[in-house]
Design a protein around this ligand. Structure first.
Ligand code: GLC
Length: 438
């Protein structure tokens, strides 16, 4: 029997499991060096050196409404933007540090504008909040696993007061949950070594979160990370186990279930190139058809896709990202019924693509033409009708002589003049809606 915390998690994540598709936005000072959001750690950059970007940050072309329209057109139902990344730079008008966007030449509360813009386009809104803070003087420096000054003994931890850091961290989260209206997601990042769970005073933090915004869903990184899901996979999750798991830069081979075998809400967070934050020289963009198929794969395994964009120093989403999302949007315009409110079909993965399902509708996502008809294994006699989802046109179940020996399966052709299905109506992913007989 699922315990109370699992029942509450299931109720809170209903919209999330139906939405299936969101935009991740990694943006901040690190867009200027343009070598990814870990540039301070990777290059062991002192804060003083990093401050030159603070003095320069002036995103003259930041128009979050454009971002929101792009996300909506791509078929995304929610968004999560970095309020603060590991560098400690705050994109909102926090009262707890001067290291914030309003104090840069930008002179704006970037979070406020993001939230207003995405809500105006009808998307749900979330914030990414780094529980790691490389700027804060009370956060461990020397010998920390990844702090920029981890190798420099001059930055030893003698006079650091971690409780004072936690007061600051909890205070900032309270600000975001109090001063910015209804939020839908808080995306914490991340725990490591002994820096996990109650080290962050996670039970106190979650009491505050649940009291301020009881509907809010939280990821699992108050105790986990991209390499460890934590107790969300157990039958007795901790109060800070989170409402969904977040595999990173991969899609779990069989989705995610807990030790009872019950599905756990999950969301794969994946970049369009190989960086979260803007990286000027990283032109290794995933092709649009691969991104469509990533989304279908997540849904076919009862999961979500949180697809990342990394805006540049001026506040523009890179043109290559826009082009991929626009192609995605055209496919979603025709086929979003096979994504929203869909999940695992309860069928083996077919040779030609994948299945998703919503009640008595199964969606065949066809990536490869199959000679001799597309085979729907063991579905003979169980199908009321087939329709090409993009247009609603009828597809007839085939009863050709050459299929006579395979009566337990159903077959269909996507064109009536040949024994193959080439070319597919949509080479990215042709979706056929299968209505099962009652
Ligand atoms: C990892 C990275 C972090 C990124 C996050 C996104 O934790 O360290 O930079 O924001 O993944 O999931």
């Amino acid at each position: 029997m699922a315990n109370q915390r699992i029942l509450e998690r299931t109720a809170r994540t209903k919209w999330f499991n139906e939405a299936r598709f969101g935009m991740f936005i990694h943006w901040g000072l690190y867009a200027i060096p343009a070598r990814g959001e870990w540039v301070r750690s990777v290059e062991r950059m002192p804060q003083e050196e990093y401050l030159r970007y603070f003095k320069e940050f002036s995103p003259s072309q930041y128009e979050p409404r454009k971002w929101a329209k792009l996300a909506k057109k791509a078929g995304m139902k929610y968004a999560v933007m970095t309020a603060k990344h590991h560098d400690g730079f705050c994109l909102w008008d926090t009262g707890l540090t001067d290291f914030k966007a309003p104090n840069t030449p930008a002179g704006r509360d970037l979070v406020k504008e993001y939230l207003e813009a995405f809500r105006a386009e009808g998307l749900r809104v979330g914030l990414y909040f780094s529980i790691i803070d490389w700027r804060h003087p009370d956060f461990p420096h020397y010998r920390d696993r990844q702090h920029p000054m981890r190798d420099n003994q001059a930055y030893d931890n003698k006079n650091r007061n971690f409780d004072r850091y936690l007061e600051f961290m909890h205070g900032q989260i309270r600000e975001l949950l109090t001063n910015y209206g209804h939020l839908d997601i808080m995306w914490f990042d991340f725990s490591y070594n002994d820096m996990a769970g109650e080290k962050w005073k996670a039970s106190e933090l979650m009491e505050m979160v649940r009291s301020l915004q009881p509907h809010l869903i939280v990821d699992n990184r108050l105790e986990g990370s991209g390499e460890n899901s934590g107790t969300i996979l157990t039958e007795n999750p901790t109060p800070w186990a989170g409402d969904f798991a977040c595999p990173e830069q991969m899609i779990p081979p069989e989705g995610i279930r807990n030790e009872l075998g019950d599905p756990v809400p999950w969301e794969a967070c994946i970049t369009l190139n190989n960086h979260w934050g803007y990286a000027a020289t990283d032109r290794h963009w995933k092709p649009a058809d691969m991104v469509v198929r990533m989304l279908v794969e997540c849904v076919s395994k009862n999961g979500n896709l949180l697809l990342n964009v990394g805006p540049d120093p001026k506040g523009r989403i890179p043109r290559a990202s826009i082009e991929i999302l626009e192609t995605l949007g055209r496919w979603m315009e025709d086929n979003s019924e096979s994504i929203y409110q869909c999940g695992n079909a309860g069928l083996d993965k077919p040779e030609w693509g994948r299945f998703t399902r919503n009640g008595n509708k199964i969606y065949a996502h066809i990536y490869e033409p199959q000679t001799g008809g597309i085979c729907l294994p063991n579905l003979a006699g169980k199908i009321e009708k087939l329709r090409l989802l993009a247009e609603g046109s009828e597809i007839k179940i085939a009863d050709y002589w050459n299929l006579a020996e395979y009566k337990q399966h159903a077959f269909f052709f996507l064109n009536s003049h040949s024994f193959d299905n080439y070319p597919l109506p949509d080479p990215i992913d042709t979706v056929v809606e299968i209505t099962l007989t009652p």
